[in-house]
Design a protein around this ligand. Structure first.
Ligand code: 9Z3
Length: 387
């Protein structure tokens, strides 16, 4: 049992033990080897050129309830933060490895793929049966198209998908380890919404969990001779062994905590890269505290805190040895310019205008992260020069 081994293991080895156990017990995604080969080529290509490279994680991880998965628990995230950030990182000259939840928003296509921005709404029939952009949308579409083509043609963007929490962790570990040759020029920007709880494989049903007892009789009759024995008859319900309407079962799900691998990431998988994590909360009273707690516990470089209700309007940067720094998009409500919010308190969501901000907050976040990354590279290289 892992718990027996844990009680005899010094604390510094516990993270390594949890890692060995988790990755042995939870099978890798079937495309891991293919993804690793793609990631290796991409990273080596940019590393050889001395470029900066950012691994962005984006979208929510799922927690399957069955091995042949019909049902799963999901984490909130459309992938907006990750996909939008990717565009601004490309703009800033970074190569971008985009590890994202399958079918979540992607850089560039995000402008035309949301349910309210269906790409078909931007098109019209042209002459001779051709399809062209509508006149009013053409300029923006051309702008997005050019940036997209440029990123692809210069091999600046690699897209790798994941679905479940275990896919995500396998992919993250492999890619982070491949980033070592980049040294401090590697940046990990962890915006994915990662499940905290999961069903371990030894407790996971192989097949679809049944919601009624309708299949029970079949199991009994196929498992035995055609005529049930007295014992089997007794296992049937004593008031109605074959009800006309199958009875519904309630489902109680017992989830284990997902091991916290940020420590392993910081110390083992990517010891030289700069690591930025996001902290998502819904309660404004605990956001900064939780961000600081995370920084203290994992000893990485920056936590960007955000609240579900205001995440497109403001975030807070929490980093070691610095004042907390709120980054906000300017806004107007009812035609009035926002007065500067209290410096170190979350904005009241009721004071925000309806709809989307006029400025994407990632256009402010990425230059600020880039600035910290420059300082980080300088500090690491200075240390190496001194050593
Ligand atoms: C975030 O906090 C992201 O900013 C959002 C973005 C998920 C809110 P959208 O994709 O949403 O734009 O719709 N991501 C991190 C969430 C998370 O799971 N963080 C962990 C935690 O809070 C730490 S790694 O414990």
């Amino acid at each position: 049992m892992l718990s027996d081994i844990q009680s005899e293991t010094p604390p510094e080895n516990l993270a390594a033990l949890a890692e060995t156990h988790y990755f042995a017990a939870n099978p890798p995604p079937k495309d891991l080897e293919k993804h690793v080969a793609l990631a290796r080529d991409f990273i080596d290509y940019h590393s050889a050129k001395g470029k900066r490279l950012v691994l962005i994680t984006s979208g929510g991880t799922t927690v399957p309830l069955e091995k042949q998965t019909v049902r799963f628990i999901d984490n909130f995230s459309a992938g907006t933060r990750g996909a939008t950030s990717a565009e601004y990182f490309l703009e800033a000259g970074y190569a971008v490895l985009f590890l994202h939840r399958q079918f979540s928003l992607l850089p560039f296509s995000r402008h035309y793929s949301h349910a309210t921005d269906c790409f078909l709404d931007f098109l019209r029939e042209g002459p001779d049966g051709s399809v062209v952009a509508r006149d009013e949308d053409a300029a923006k579409m051309l702008h997005v198209l050019r940036k997209y083509r440029d990123a692809r043609d210069r091999n600046m963007l690699l897209l790798l998908p994941f679905v479940s929490i275990s896919d995500y962790l396998h992919e993250l570990r492999s890619v982070a380890q491949l980033m070592r040759p980049l040294g401090p020029r590697g940046l990990l920007y962890l915006a994915a919404a990662v499940s905290d709880f999961f069903v371990p494989p030894d407790r996971m049903s192989e097949h679809k969990i049944q919601s009624t007892d309708a299949a029970d009789a079949l199991k009994k009759s196929t498992a035995t001779s055609t005529r049930p024995t007295t014992d089997e008859e007794e296992t049937f319900d004593n008031f109605d062994s074959s009800p006309a309407v199958p009875r519904s079962k309630s489902l109680v799900i017992d989830l284990d905590p997902v091991p916290k691998f940020l420590k392993n990431l910081v110390e083992g998988w990517s010891p030289q890269g700069m690591i930025v994590s996001f902290k998502l909360e819904t309660n404004p009273a605990i956001l900064v505290h939780k961000a600081k707690y995370s920084l203290d516990r994992y000893q990485h470089h920056l936590v960007i805190g955000n609240l579900l209700s205001t995440r497109k309007w403001e975030v807070v940067f929490v980093s070691p040895g610095s004042q907390d720094r709120w980054i906000r998009v300017p806004f107007r409500k009812d035609g009035v310019e926002s007065s500067a919010p209290v410096a170190d308190e979350p904005v009241d969501p009721n004071s925000l205008p309806d709809g989307e901000p006029e400025v994407e907050i990632e256009s402010l976040i990425i230059p600020a992260v880039q600035d910290l990354h420059s300082k980080y590279i300088w500090t690491v290289e200075e240390k190496e020069r001194g050593a």
